[in-house]
Design a binder for this molecule. Structure first.
Ligand SMILES: [Zn+2]
Ligand SMILES: [Zn+2]
Length: 268
């Protein structure tokens, strides 16, 4: 044993010898980097969105695009204000997200949330965000998977930002389209999944108004949706068409959210 070398090594280096840290991407040692979770080689495999991406929905605009937003956002602006993503759903992100989701490697939420947080704070309107809501899973999927990957990521982002995580503000509801023209089998085959926010039941509002002002106010506040009058960051693992995120945004805005930003780890 080279005692001199051991004695001159810094405390962090000693810490690494006692508790070796390994890259969560490839398993290599992390002694040479100040990063906590991923080695430089793995980080280099993140496919950035690039300069030419839609500032609203983060979709790729293609090289040398001269338009200010993608054709679908120009046609009909989404209800969320802007979507932020770490990179394309490719390379490293296409390995880590499925490992978190299907391989049940919950610890992968740490580096993914760290990357998302680093991307988020670069957005000029980031300081306005004052609450975080994860995109909910259907109850069935939640039960079979045992966890919600979006929630794991949102939890870590919330910890880093210090913003409140409104874990149960929203849930999925299964709603059959009301068209009577559809046959029964068609209706059963194509249920539209929608989101719903916990909110003050409409029927209760008149009853609250009859109570003494202070009590009614207090009760109303208690029963009201926690997203009311907040600028919400809606967190998901992968943003694909954005349909789910638009539906979740609709529910948040309906429950009184001021504005909704989307934060996804990857943009497909
Ligand atoms: Zn690595
Ligand atoms: Zn767009």
């Amino acid at each position: 044993v080279n005692r001199e070398r051991l004695l001159t090594s810094s405390i962090p280096a000693l810490f690494d010898i006692v508790f070796p840290r390994f890259c969560l991407g490839c398993g290599d040692g992390l002694l040479e980097t100040r990063r906590t979770w991923l080695c430089p080689r793995c980080l280099a495999r993140i496919e950035p969105l690039g300069m030419a991406h839609c500032p609203v929905c983060a979709a790729d605009l293609g090289a040398g695009a001269a338009v200010s937003a993608c054709s679908s956002c120009l046609g009909l602006r989404p209800n969320f204000t802007a979507a932020v993503a770490v990179g394309k759903y490719d390379g490293l992100l296409r390995e880590l997200v499925p490992r978190l989701k299907f391989g049940r490697e919950g610890r992968l939420a740490w580096p993914l949330a760290e990357l998302l947080h680093e991307t988020l704070i670069l957005h000029p309107r980031y300081p306005e965000i004052d609450a975080i809501v994860p995109v909910p899973l259907t109850l069935r999927r939640r039960v079979t998977r045992g966890f919600n990957q979006a929630e794991l990521i949102a939890e870590e982002v919330a910890r880093r930002t210090g913003l409140p995580l409104l874990r149960t503000a929203m849930r999925r509801v299964r709603r059959v389209p009301p068209q009577v023209s559809l046959s029964r089998t068609d209706r059963l085959r194509s249920p539209i999944r929608t989101m719903s926010c916990r909110d003050l039941p409409q029927a209760l509002a008149p009853a609250l108004r009859r109570l003494p002002e202070k009590i009614g106010e207090l009760l109303g506040h208690r029963l009201q949706s926690p997203v009311g009058d907040r600028t919400v960051l809606l967190v998901d693992d992968v943003m694909t068409t954005g349909a789910t995120l638009k539906e979740a945004t609709r529910a948040l805005l309906a429950a009184g959210a001021r504005e909704v930003f989307v934060g996804a780890v990857a943009r497909a």
